[in-house]
Design a binder for this molecule. Structure first.
Ligand SMILES: N[C@@H](CCC(=O)N[C@@H](CS)C(=O)NCC(=O)O)C(=O)O
Length: 240
């Protein structure tokens, strides 16, 4: 019999802020219903779905997870909750636990959400110049990757990774690096950054994350016209 209660994970049928959680649950073989909310081409069905708090939770945003009677929004809170529920927290001392929370937060907010916001940027800010925004974000992203690489080295991340299960922080960092590659067409590079490149290639969850992604082609965001926006981003990078 399963040790788990009924679990359903609600997110749009895209990568965005949700794929890292699907990948993490998949890697740990947690049985869950993958509730994928399909948006109309112009997202016009979202306002009605949003009102249904059984689908979108107390903050009426996605992702939203139902774990038995527990209802949770907010990615960083969900990640913390899952590490505890899966027993992963027990493998870490207090300092390591705090390092994992910091890495999950920074990989999510400073890397993954930054890519998502760049792709959406001239929708939310109609005056925004996408190529000019891309150049600024690229520079900041590259600098942050260098910092993160140094921190992973100082925290001995790669060696410790071998002695513990795949943690939520691993899932979010792997997803962020993969989305950076796609968003910047491999022009925000981390192949010369040893800890990050070894992590991306050798993280124990990488094969399950890739296998899940291979099941379905998905956009990164729900932005209408994402492919065209990515083309603008990519073409602006080749002009550097
Ligand atoms: N702070 C939230 C942000 C969630 C969020 O903004 N989700 C987006 C989709 S990725 C959403 O639901 N957007 C629709 C809306 O805000 O109406 C988190 O980190 O989980």
């Amino acid at each position: 019999m399963s040790d788990y209660p009924a679990i359903s994970f609600h997110y749009f049928d895209l990568r965005g802020r949700g794929q890292l959680i699907r990948g993490f649950l998949h890697h740990h073989q947690v049985p869950f219903t993958d509730e994928r909310i399909v948006l109309a081409k112009d997202n016009s069905n979202w306002p009605v779905i949003r009102q249904n708090r059984d689908l979108t939770g107390d903050f009426q945003k996605l992702p939203f997870i139902l774990w038995g009677d527990t209802r949770l929004n907010e990615v960083l809170v969900i990640l913390d909750f899952l590490d505890r529920k899966l027993g992963n927290a027990a493998h870490l001392n207090d300092l390591d636990w705090l390092q994992h929370r910091q890495l999950a937060s920074s990989a999510f907010l400073d890397l993954l959400v930054t890519c998502i916001n760049l792709i959406w940027s001239n929708v939310f800010h109609p005056q925004a110049n996408l190529p000019a925004t891309t150049a600024i974000v690229k520079k900041r992203m590259q600098a942050h990757l260098i910092t993160m690489n140094q921190t992973l080295e100082e925290w001995d991340w790669i060696r410790k990774m071998a002695d513990r299960p795949v943690m939520a922080s691993d899932a979010v960092l792997w997803e962020a690096l993969d989305v950076i590659r796609l968003t910047f067409n491999d022009q925000v590079r981390f192949d010369a950054l040893e800890s990050l490149s070894v992590f991306y290639a050798e993280c124990a969850g990488a094969e399950s994350f890739k296998a899940l992604l291979a099941r379905k082609v998905m956009t990164i965001t729900g932005r209408p016209g994402e492919a065209e926006a990515l083309l603008v981003i990519h073409n602006s990078l080749t002009e550097d």
